[in-house]
Design a protein around this ligand. Structure first.
Ligand code: PEP
Ligand code: MG
Length: 587
């Protein structure tokens, strides 16, 4: 049994499918003499395909974003065409009878050794580029994300070093029952995707790819953070029973989807869904959310080979508005950078501190054409929303200062004027900020004047408050929603918004965590946005707690000085109110 971080609750038993296993378990089978020519041809044709891909990307990105952003593809193409690179791979295939993937793996190891000795940061950055090219080549050679091509029996458990958002989306309709990653944490995007689909997941299981291979039977326990490879019959039967109970409880809870969300003393609540693509709107409806509180539009960009143009975005937003519960959607503008990068947006240089660097709104400001295109598409899509109760809101991520918010407003105003001059119909769209930077929490009172609503992005707010990377398992113990400083900041933000009578939502992962949910209720929060799978659970939990009870728990908790005390107290109290919830809590 291996231990990791529990990132998405539930239990799943299935068959492992390892992604990127070429880099950890390369196929070392030697080629037969008669296979060499074919393998060489296979490698050459993969190289041609990657070269075409890179050239097409280069041209399109140059047109859409500019020369500088497109330059990275020329660098990658130069690496692909590099004599030494090609000569080595060819020679290992021909002389050492290696298959192409094993040769690429060896090449990457050799470059890693070579580059690690240099102190030159420019050269070290180039290693990242070599890696990118090798991954592109190996993806073409292996069709790595096509589990349907493999004859795998039973439900699939994805095992990967790190599940990149684009890979997760590329898995598409493949039925995935569980996810295990070597990297990541509660708030990394793979975890968020797992939760949004209600898939049990465990992250930060170091070295798991060395212990498991595609086809092995594997258990994922997303409550305790355990992974069991090749379980014995007793463990298998125990886990299968838990798996059944988990599904039964989910089904049972989903039955309350048509009930209104309210507390035990009748206070109405709004439970909204976080979505990453139009596919998730189905889950939002099925789980009984009353709208979409966060549409992370970056997934539209991440799954595109190049920048999605205005028409493509318009279609996507229209479809989402049409399919969302009550046609209520809060659309967040591009939030790229940090752990989410798209090569065509000029991440040619690795930053030393990506989460503190050129990400999110900061990047949008530097690509005004791209930014305006997105605002145009949202304003136009909102034009179709007319009837009672329908609402499209536009939200900007990672706002740090009042100046940024003013700049956003000016851009929206100009974009509206431009559209009106063109005679395009546009909708009336409230403008809001995500509160995820401590500086903005401190100066919220002044920023408040220029926003129509606030949405607390607690995943980022916590990492910035605690100075602890949300994706780094080594500092995960610090990223705790139930820690006293986090709770104090949240209480102050919610109070400021309520006093100013500005709608406030929380859309970070803690909205779906039972103990945190109750404390947020006590702070006066009435709108919560979470992974769709969590909506029925929180609806049930809310129906068991009255506002005075939540307020009393909060008062007591605010006297505690450590996270452990808060957790202990809340676990004890929750056990009394809703004992079933232990199966669903993964903190
Ligand atoms: C957050 O930071 O809490 C949030 C909801 O945004 P994301 O997780 O996409 O950064
Ligand atoms: Mg965020």
């Amino acid at each position: 049994m291996r231990k990791g971080i529990a990132v998405s609750p539930g239990v799943a038993v299935g068959t492992a499918y390892c992604i990127h296993e070429i880099f950890v378990n390369p196929d070392t089978k030697r080629l037969e003499d008669q296979e060499v020519t074919a393998e060489l041809a296979r490698y050459e044709s993969a190289r041609d395909r990657v070269s075409q891909e890179l050239r097409a990307l280069n041209q399109k990105v140059e047109r859409q974003v500019g020369h500088e952003a497109a330059a990275i593809f020329s660098v990658h193409e130069a690496i692909l065409r590099d004599q030494a690179f090609t000569k080595k791979v060819r020679s290992w295939i021909v002389n050492d009878r290696m298959n192409a993937q094993a040769a690429l793996h060896q090449l990457l190891e050799e470059y890693t050794r070579l580059f690690s000795r240099t102190r030159d940061s420019y050269l070290r950055e180039r290693l990242g580029d070599v890696r990118d090219v090798v991954i592109r080549l190996s993806a073409v050679l292996t069709d790595v994300l096509k589990p349907d091509k493999m004859s795998i029996d039973g439900p699939l458990i994805i095992v990967a070093d790190e599940l990149l958002p684009s890979q997760a989306v590329a898995l598409g309709d493949v039925e995935v029952q569980g996810i295990v990653t070597q990297q990541g944490s509660q708030t990394s995007h793979a975890a968020i995707i797992a939760r949004s689909r209600g898939i049990p997941a465990v992250a930060a299981v170091t070295g798991i790819l060395r212990q498991v291979k595609t086809g092995d039977r594997i258990v994922v326990d997303g409550r305790a953070g355990h992974v069991v490879v090749d379980p014995d019959p007793e463990a298998l039967s125990a886990y299968s029973k838990l798996e059944r109970e988990f599904f039964e409880l989910q089904d049972q809870l989903a039955e309350n989807r048509d009930q209104p969300a309210k507390t035990a003393d009748g206070q109405p609540l709004q439970l909204l869904a976080n979505i990453n693509s139009w596919v998730d709107t189905k889950a939002a409806v099925a789980m009984g959310a009353c709208g979409v509180g966060l549409y992370r539009t970056e997934f539209l960009y991440l799954t595109h080979a190049d920048v999605p143009d205005e028409g493509e975005q318009l279609d996507d937003y229209r479809r989402i508005i049409e399919q969302s519960p009550n046609h209520r959607v809060t659309i967040r503008t591009l939030d790229i950078g940090g752990d989410k990068t798209v090569p065509y947006l000029g991440h040619a240089h690795q930053e030393a501190n990506p989460f503190l660097g050129w990400r999110s709104i900061r990047l949008s400001f530097e690509h005004p054409d791209l930014f305006t295109t997105q605002i145009r598409a949202v304003l136009r899509a909102a034009a179709d929303v007319k009837s009672e109760g329908r609402e499209v809101r536009l939200m900007f991520p990672m706002i740090t200062t009042l100046e940024e918010m003013r700049r956003v407003r000016t851009m929206v105003r100009r974009t509206k004027q431009q559209l009106q001059q063109e005679g395009q119909p546009i909708g009336d769209v409230p403008i809001g900020m995500m509160l995820e930077v401590p500086a903005a929490a401190v100066s919220l009172e002044c920023i408040m004047d220029v926003v129509d609503f606030v949405s607390i992005g607690s995943n980022d707010l916590i990492q910035y408050l605690m100075a602890a990377d949300r994706d780094n398992p080594k500092v995960n113990h610090l990223c705790q929603p139930l820690s006293p400083p986090v709770l104090r900041v949240l209480q102050s933000v919610i109070r400021t918004c309520n006093q100013a009578q500005k709608p406030v939502t929380l859309c970070g992962e803690m909205a779906g965590q039972p103990r945190a949910f109750v404390l947020l209720l006590g702070m006066g929060l009435r709108q919560f946005s979470m992974s769709p799978a969590f909506v029925p659970r929180m609806k049930k939990l809310a129906s068991e707690v009255s506002i005075p009870a939540a307020e009393a728990m909060l008062q007591r908790v605010l006297e505690f000085k450590t996270t452990a005390e808060v957790k202990r107290f809340m676990t004890r109290n929750l056990r009394k109110i809703a004992p079933d919830f232990e199966l669903l809590d993964s903190i």
